[in-house]
Design a protein around this ligand. Structure first.
Ligand SMILES: Nc1nc2c(ncn2[C@@H]2O[C@H](COP(=O)(O)OP(=O)(O)OP(=O)(O)O)[C@@H](O)[C@H]2O)c(=O)[nH]1
Ligand SMILES: Nc1nc2c(ncn2[C@@H]2O[C@H](COP(=O)(O)OP(=O)(O)OP(=O)(O)O)[C@@H](O)[C@H]2O)c(=O)[nH]1
Ligand SMILES: [Mg+2]
Ligand SMILES: [Mg+2]
Lengths: 291, 275
């Protein structure tokens, strides 16, 4: 992990127990490498490292008895701070019906996460929930969400592929206006697909969501910054869910997304089952990104 | 001279940014730069355009260009796997469509019996491109579907059998063992065939795509890659470390969600797109 790498760097510089400008810059280089290997975006790493240099060359680090541990702590704390301090909850307003809309690239885990969120709202928050399948493109997308809805005994509204998504969500909001929460699953799409992004704008206009959650998987690479910026510019992202955190992906996308949108990361997906959803805790993810 | 040195530094900084933001990975980027610098005479540095061209050629030469081929006189087995959501099922639909257009008799096996509506998704693909499919009900054992599909492929004298599997991460030991078991069934049950194991990778994935290729390869042979979602803004640069360190060829790229959105991977176009 990062601690071992720092130890190697500082040991290379001989028996000096104290840090100075020169060996801090070697430590900074190790951080840059570690963050890039963790898939944090190149420009986000540059910014992070520049801020870190200012912090680290302050009195605090130089005077400390165990410079390696102190340096790792400075980096770790800065990372946690970058990723938004504490965990933020799901916005369920208490007046019917709170609408949550899930958006993102193809295959990121939206449909599975929609069901997980419904389960979370039902079991942990004791709310009534309805699931809406607004993906009319992917073969058997509606079937997929319907099967999951049945598993957790939550009503499903799908429009049977005969209606456009804008009409589907309109019908769903009418039929389930007495539920506490309505969760809308949308089709995966590229942020550069103007027609499909317009469709999301239409769905937003139609449903006035309380939450628009961007769903990305934890293994996303450098381009996630371009993706989430565009979704944010066009729709306004109120929160983020990162899926597939049960993989061994380092998850640097978490830092990139948070830096670029400022939106809180609310949950992480940690498996394929409906209960595999956890609230996001920055300290744990910071440790994982640093390796 | 100092000005050449400074221009060179700028050039290498630009290259580093291009490669890293293209998901080549910092480790491989630094290795490639190191090796290029050591082979490039500083006093014979030509203008930046020529240097970029030279650099691109080095990258192109790193990538194996291998043609995907079907056998004309034995049954072809294509075993498809990869982590969750990368595009396996969709890529199989595209492949089946491609081979059908080439006049082959194609059968698809729906061996993802785990995920909600997975078999139904593949069945809808089969129906839309008019290709035969073997599937069971959800919760059936993937091995059982595979046995049935193999029998059907032989009995119906199919040219190609394509096997879809459930998404799985390489750090899930029990799921990797299941994959190994399915691979062994194929190896044991069909003696005279041409079998190709293809991993599907998502072009949006960062460094983990390399780990996926490496770890899957430690469990079963990986003969080639389908790089899906190359129509996104991601560059799929992970192909470089995979080529360099694992030597697995990329056979196809997915460039969209429809049946025709599959192209032969071309390393020259790929490197040009990276820049
Ligand atoms: N291991 C793991 N798999 C997940 C997780 N979340 C989703 N998946 C799997 O990822 C795959 C894709 O999930 P979907 O819910 O179909 O993704 P999607 O975003 O709805 O896909 P599109 O609708 O095609 O854009 C499925 O195999 C899911 O079971 C997670 O947290 N961990
Ligand atoms: N834009 C684009 N989307 C793709 C491509 N290939 C697949 N997709 C989409 O990615 C999503 C996931 O595709 P699937 O074929 O279900 O992926 P999978 O690997 O079978 O997923 P699991 O079985 O759940 O692990 C779907 O929405 C596909 O339409 C591609 O080349 N380009
Ligand atoms: Mg979906
Ligand atoms: Mg599939």
């Amino acid at each position: 992990g990062l601690e071992e790498r720092f130890t190697k760097v500082l040991n290379k510089l001989g028996k000096k127990k104290k840090l100075n400008e020169r060996n801090i810059s070697d430590g900074i280089r190790e951080i840059k490498l570690a963050l890039l290997e963790a898939d944090v975006n190149y420009k986000v790493v540059r910014d992070f490292v520049a801020e870190l240099k200012d912090d680290a060359t302050g009195e605090l680090v130089i005077k400390n008895v165990n410079p390696t541990q102190m340096f790792v702590k400075v980096v770790h704390d800065k990372l946690v701070d970058f990723m938004g301090g504490t965990n933020e909850d799901l916005k369920i307003t208490g007046k019917n019906a709170s609408v949550i809309m899930l958006v993102g690239l193809q295959g990121s885990g939206k449909t599975t996460t929609a069901a997980k969120l419904a389960q979370f709202a039902k079991k942990k928050k004791e709310k009534s929930v309805a699931l809406v399948g607004a993906d009319i493109y992917r073969p058997a997308a509606q079937d997929q969400l319907e099967v999951l809805s049945k598993q957790i005994n939550v009503p499903f509204y799908g429009g049977g592929l005969k209606e456009k998504p804008e009409k589907i969500v309109k019908g769903a909001l009418k039929q389930y206006r007495d539920q506490d929460v309505i969760i809308i699953d949308t089709a995966g799409r590229l942020q550069i697909d103007d027609e499909m992004m317009k469709e999301l704008e239409q769905i937003k206009k139609q449903t006035k969501p309380d939450e628009i959650l961007f769903v990305s998987d934890a293994m996303a690479g450098q381009s996630v910054v371009d993706v989430v910026s565009e979704f944010d510019n066009r729709l306004g992202i109120s929160g983020v869910i990162l899926t597939k955190f049960d993989s061994d992906a380092r998850g640097g996308a978490a830092l990139s997304i948070k830096r670029v949108t400022g939106a809180p990361i609310k949950f992480i997906g940690v498996g394929e089952k409906i209960d595999d959803l956890e609230p996001f805790h920055p300290e744990r993810i910071a440790g994982r990104i640093l390796g | 001279s100092l000005s050449i040195r400074n221009e060179l530094d700028d050039f290498y900084d630009d290259i580093e940014e291009i490669l890293v933001t293209g998901d080549v990975g910092i480790e491989t980027t630094l290795e490639i730069l190191e090796s290029f610098k050591s082979k490039t005479e500083e006093d014979t540095i030509e203008n930046q355009e020529n240097l970029t061209g030279k650099f691109k050629q080095v990258l192109i030469d790193t990538i194996p260009q291998k043609e995907f081929e079907l056998s004309d006189n034995k049954i072809n087995i294509i075993f498809v796997f990869g982590v969750n959501g990368v595009g396996k099922t969709t890529s199989i639909g595209k492949l089946a469509n491609l081979f059908k257009e080439q006049g082959k008799r194609v059968l698809i096996a729906a061996c993802d019996t785990f995920r909600a509506a997975a078999s139904k998704q593949l069945a809808k693909w089969a129906y839309s491109i008019d290709v035969q499919i073997v599937k069971h009900t959800e919760g059936a054992s993937p091995g059982a579907v595979l046995y049935d599909a193999i029998d059907a492929a032989i009995a119906r004298k199919m040219d190609v059998l394509i096997v879809d599997t459930a998404g799985r991460f390489h750090n899930r030991n029990n799921l990797m063992q299941e994959l190994d078991k399915l691979n062994k069934i194929l190896d044991k049950k069909i003696q005279d065939c041409k079998k190709q194991n293809l991993i599907v990778l998502d072009a949006n994935t960062g460094h983990n795509a390399f780990v996926q290729a490496k770890e899957f390869k430690e469990v079963i042979p990986v003969d080639g890659i389908i790089l899906a979602k190359l129509d996104s803004t991601a560059k799929g640069g992970i192909v470089l470390p995979i080529s360099h360190k694992l030597n697995i060829p990329v056979f196809f790229a997915g460039i969209g969600e429809k049946a025709e959105d599959l192209i032969k991977f071309d390393r020259i176009d790929f490197i040009n797109m990276l820049f």
